[in-house]
Design a protein around this ligand. Structure first.
Ligand code: BG6
Length: 297
């Protein structure tokens, strides 16, 4: 739907407006007493969440590409119905829903001052050519003191389906070399670079490319940003696995949508159902994957 039509139907004066940030690429801008946020209709991808008086909690690459069929490098892309590279190389990495325009279904200013935005996506001929199942996805984004996102996945097919998924959150940090991720101590870990599996101990710190999957990880996680002296708290729902990723120098320079040196300002801590944390849904069954993100006082 065109941004002028979305603006007509979903704008809330003083709180929600819709503008194209690239041709044919509408983005909602949300403003309320707690925070501002930006959400692209493409991928239903949250691009910015900035609590009042704070720097953005999310990171978006200055070289990001805003076009249908591409995923914006940054914010919170939704990976579904599979996480990671597909065995069939013709199918896109991290699924296909981050490459599609979603239907914006509602915007609402709540009595507590927060703002709620909801999106919907279901199967069509194109999705069934990539994944032969009927499905419905509903995404609820709540912008208040914290950012809260819930992805409800519904199996509307006649047989069971298996899915993996992630809310692939890119966080903004002052300097990756002075950043620690807490909350994963004791989790079973798979190093995606070496394929080694081991039990992780302590905090995660970064001095080279880092790409690890943490299983049995359903507790809260914290990003200690020592140079900005702030802590981002991540509270997960319906997720027993997490992914922590920083591409470092070489991988980021190969990716094409990272500016030089920009890897230093980001870290992905992804709320997921990945690898062995597979969700099996019987016909009609649903699962909700959620994350609540905010600053510790
Ligand atoms: C992470 C993976 O979740 O996503 C990385 O662990 C991957 O291996 C990264 O490189 C980015 O993926 P993409 O498909 O958005 O380039």
């Amino acid at each position: 739907m065109k941004s002028a039509l979305l603006q007509e139907r979903f704008a809330i004066p003083g709180h929600v407006s819709v503008q194209n940030i690239a041709p044919g690429y509408p983005v909602l801008e949300v403003r309320n007493p707690f925070a501002t946020a930006k959400i692209a209709v493409h991928g239903a991808q949250v691009l910015s969440f900035q609590p009042k008086g704070e720097e953005d909690l999310l990171w978006v690459s200055r070289a990001a590409i805003y076009a249908e069929g591409k995923s914006v490098r940054g914010g919170i892309p939704i990976c579904w119905p599979w996480f990671g590279v597909h065995l069939d190389k013709h199918r896109p990495s991290h699924g296909f829903v981050r490459h599609r325009f979603w239907e914006l279904t509602a915007t609402e200013q709540k009595s507590d001052g927060s703002t709620e935005v909801t999106f919907f996506l279901e199967d069509d001929e194109h999705t069934r050519s990539l994944w032969p199942h009927a499905f419905q996805l509903a995404l609820q984004v709540s912008i208040g003191r914290n950012l809260s996102i819930t992805l409800k996945m519904i199996n509307s097919d006649s047989g069971p389906v298996e899915v993996t998924a992630a809310l692939h959150s890119y966080f903004s940090v002052g300097d990756i070399a002075h950043t620690a991720v807490r909350g994963l101590d004791g989790a079973d870990c798979i190093d995606a670079l070496s394929n080694e599996q081991f039990r992780h101990a302590g905090d995660v710190r970064f001095d080279e490319e880092f790409d690890r999957i943490f299983l049995n990880a359903s507790g809260d996680e914290f990003i200690e940003d020592e140079s900005r002296q702030r802590t981002i708290a991540i509270h997960k729902k319906g997720s027993h696995s997490s992914v922590v990723w920083n591409p470092w120098v070489h991988k980021s320079s190969r990716m094409g949508d990272f500016e030089e040196g920009a890897y230093r300002q980001m870290v992905c801590v992804e709320t997921g159902n990945v690898v062995t944390d597979v969700i099996t849904l019987a016909p009609g069954e649903s699962h909700s994957l959620g994350v609540n993100i905010g600053l510790l006082p």
